[in-house]
Design a binder for this molecule. Structure first.
Ligand code: AMP
Length: 253
């Protein structure tokens, strides 16, 4: 197994990156790593000479201070999972270094980012796109891996890369699920045991119900608070709250 390198300094990481030959794969994450993240890391490790996982709970993409504060942090376990999945390095930067401008500059998309999650989390995708662009510049990765679990985010990143002539290839990875269908998410650990039992209903209903209205009604009957449930293109998207934990999912229809 590779010995995992850990960096908190972006400048030291960039120096190291510039010394590397061969291809580099990037997996941006917010930590609290699970098997979904591991699937992205393993894929990068199979496709590149060097794989770097970034762990950064990006404050600019949180519109809710409580959600940011409660975001799970599992540093030691993250390093272990990253290493076991084939990562060569973890970069975990500090705000002051990744935002030397204190977020005076940001990247805004004015169409798809205003729908779905963007309609309910103002500024969320500005934060996501800005930090991803920074990580692409820092890593000069050949390929960067993103999950379909966050389908809207993935599409926005693909469009952003095209709009800004980014040479990194953006790779889409399928959603990794628990055996009962629940999409793996760092937030799942915040569910109560009753909430965890209820949560697979989101994916089940999304896949089974005829119309978005019918799907919403099924979830609401189970006292699941639906933020949005909409069809766009050939996909059905949902955000819903169980135990005050915001869960998102999407399926092809
Ligand atoms: P996060 O740490 O939640 O920001 O996620 C980091 C990356 O992992 C994003 O590209 C996510 O889409 C991806 N990811 C998170 N959960 C899953 C999952 N269950 N299956 C596949 N990819 C995932």
């Amino acid at each position: 197994m590779n010995k995992l390198l850990t960096f908190t300094s972006i400048s030291k990481f960039m120096q190291y990156r510039n010394s590397l030959g061969g291809s580099v794969g990037l997996i941006p994450t917010m930590g609290a790593l699970h098997a979904g993240h591991a699937s992205l890391i393993s894929r990068s490790s199979a496709e590149n000479n060097f794989t770097v996982v970034t762990i950064y709970v990006n404050p600019t993409q949180f519109n809710n201070a409580d959600d940011l504060k409660k975001y799970p942090k599992t540093w030691e376990a993250d390093l272990q999972l990253a290493e076991q999945s084939g990562a060569n390095a973890v970069l975990a930067p500090m705000y002051a270094e990744i935002y030397p401008d204190d977020y005076k500059f940001k990247l805004t998309e004015n169409d798809f980012s205003k729908m779905l999650c963007g309609a309910h989390r103002p500024g969320h995708f500005d934060g996501v796109l800005t930090v991803v662009m920074k990580l692409l510049q820092i890593s000069k990765a050949d390929k960067a891996y993103f999950g379909e679990k966050d389908y809207q985010q993935l599409q926005l990143i693909i469009s952003m890369a095209k709009a800004f002539f980014v040479s990194t290839e953006i790779v889409s990875c399928p959603t990794y699920r628990e055996a009962d269908g629940l999409a793996m998410s760092s937030r799942n650990v915040r569910l109560s045991s009753a909430g965890r039992k209820k949560a697979p209903l989101i994916f089940k209903t999304l896949s089974a119900a005829g119309t978005p209205e019918q799907a919403r009604a099924v979830l609401e009957k189970e006292k699941i608070k639906v933020e949005y449930l909409e069809d766009h293109f050939d996909r059905r998207f949902v955000a819903a709250f169980i135990d005050d934990v915001r869960l998102i999912d999407n399926v092809k229809i």
